[in-house]
Ligand binder design. Structure first.
Ligand code: SAM
Ligand code: F3S
Length: 451
């Protein structure tokens, strides 16, 4: 494959952190194979990529209406190509090109590393190409060297999910859980650390199911052990992971909060509902009491922890009494952050066959009540940080000139006056004010190397 330095790709990415990670990798593989650069201006691009997500709402319809908007763009310049990746591509496969002939390449989350070959194939054959297979871990073996973009990085440690919650499409679009071998994960993180990365977020749909092969023997490494290994990599000072499944949230992971100071004081543990009846229908594999027991132990291990979760409201048959149990759980667990969604039936999932008994009005009312409560708890959490000194990794310039932005261990953004030379360093910041979406602070301990 030849390298042509002036090629530009315009990329539209939907959805979660996994998709963000995959989008960055798409650009990396095309840069390595064809010299592509990402552009924010579609007029200079000869390739448009859509990285889709089908976890919620009418994802398919959104993708088709987005594609329709690119007809003129494609026809204006001969040779322009359109590729669709991600979960919608995985679900639709060949049907995508049949319904929308503008599309030249269809690839899934597990075949994004084959983009260069798919690009060459569609150019040579002048017809659409489709590859949405699940070639297990091959994806990671074929990706170019990791490239740091700042002091904080995502590192995918596993792919797919085998939990099959009744509402969720992920196991069907991303395939079964497959863990990357331990050595591969550690090598990627070490390379990132050499490029200045100080904080990593270990990424997967269900990271506590991580079981990475260790060396050439039959031993496997779980997430708790992996955290210990990552903490020993020179340069890595802070570790996060997401997303965790409560059913597999082991004692060893709880102990890690007590024993590993590099583990950030932040846990995202999706609960979905506070009603045991609904949790059973969702096939989540835990009860409300078991979830609360885990939380109590996590708090004992790390009292200052920020606790985040996901909720679905309006799951089929959810009553006001079920919803009241969810609101009560918010109080008992003491969440300070949450992502909440109205249930949306996903084609091919078991829950999609259930009769949708909750009215739209009730769904929206419940979502509104829940989100108002969570906003108040987030405000309260941030207010409690005012007057404290927080260890902050300086990540990038803030919007205001002269200010830098970084995150606390509890995952709150803080803006404060500081020189750009501090980017990539941990500094102490006294929190002076809690704002709507962030904190304001004052640098209290300047590092020796301030320019
Ligand atoms: N692995 C995670 C866990 O342990 O639950 C969740 C990953 S899922 C891609 C992210 C979130 O999307 C879920 O926690 C859930 O709240 C939401 N979600 C998934 N399917 C949904 C659906 N059909 N309707 C509404 N929300 C949904
Ligand atoms: Fe989806 Fe449940 Fe896995 S929410 S990603 S099937 S843990």
């Amino acid at each position: 494959m030849s390298t042509t330095p002036s090629r530009k790709v315009f990329l539209i990415s939907y959805g979660c952190q996994m998709n963000e990670y995959d989008s960055a990798k798409m650009v990396d593989v095309l840069a390595a194979s064809h010299g592509y650069e990402r552009t924010q201006n579609p007029d200079e691009a000869d390739l448009l990529l859509l990285n889709t997500c089908s976890v919620r709402e009418k994802a398919q319809e959104k993708v088709f209406s987005e594609l329709g908007r690119w007809r003129d763009w494609k026809q204006q310049v001969p040779g322009r190509l359109i590729g669709v990746g991600g979960c919608v591509a995985s679900q639709e496969g060949q049907a995508l090109t049949e319904r929308q002939p503008l599309v030249d390449i269809v690839f899934g989350p597990q075949t994004l590393h084959r983009l260069p070959q798919l690009l060459d194939a569609t150019r040579a054959a002048r017809k659409p190409v489709v590859d949405v297979s699940f070639p297990e871990i091959e994806k990671f073996d074929r990706l170019p060297e990791p490239r740091a973009e700042g002091p904080s990085a995502f590192v995918s440690i596993m792919e797919g999910c085998s939990k099959y919650c009744t509402f969720c499409v992920v196991p069907y679009t991303r395939g079964a859980e497959v863990s990357r071998p331990l050595d591969d994960v550690l090598a990627e993180i070490a390379q990132l650390a050499e490029q200045g990365v100080r904080e990593v977020t270990l990424l997967g749909q269900n990271v506590n199911a991580y079981r990475g092969r260790m060396g050439s023997g039959g031993e496997v490494c779980d997430l708790a052990l992996l955290i210990g290994y990552v903490a020993r990599i020179p340069g890595i000072e802070r570790i996060r992971y997401t997303t965790s499944h409560p059913a597999e949230f082991s004692d060893a992971l709880i102990d890690a909060f007590a024993e590993e100071p590099k583990l950030a004081s932040y846990l995202h543990l999706p609960v979905q509902s506070g009603s045991d009846r609904i949790l059973g229908m969702m096939k989540r594999g835990y009860t409300r009491e078991r979830y609360l027991d885990r939380i109590r132990r996590v708090r004992a291990a790390r009292p200052d922890i920020s606790l985040s979760t996901d909720f679905i409201v309006g799951f089929p048959t959810e009553t006001d009494a079920d919803f009241a149990m969810t609101m009560d759980l918010i109080h008992e667990a003491g969440f300070d952050c949450a992502f909440s969604f109205i249930y949306s039936p996903r084609p091919g999932t078991p829950a999609a066959n259930l009769r949708d008994t909750v009215s739209d009005a009730d769904k929206h009312r419940r979502l509104d009540i829940l989100q108002t409560r969570i906003r108040a708890l987030d405000d309260e959490f941030k207010r409690k940080l005012v007057g404290t000194t927080q260890r902050v990794l300086v990540e990038r310039p803030a919007r205001r000139p002269g200010q830098m932005a970084g995150r606390t261990s509890t995952n709150r953004w803080v803006n404060f006056e500081a020189p750009a030379s501090l980017i990539g360093q941990f500094v102490d910041v006294e929190v002076t004010e809690a704002l709507n979406n962030s904190l304001r602070g004052r640098l209290v301990v300047a590092q020796e190397c301030i320019a």
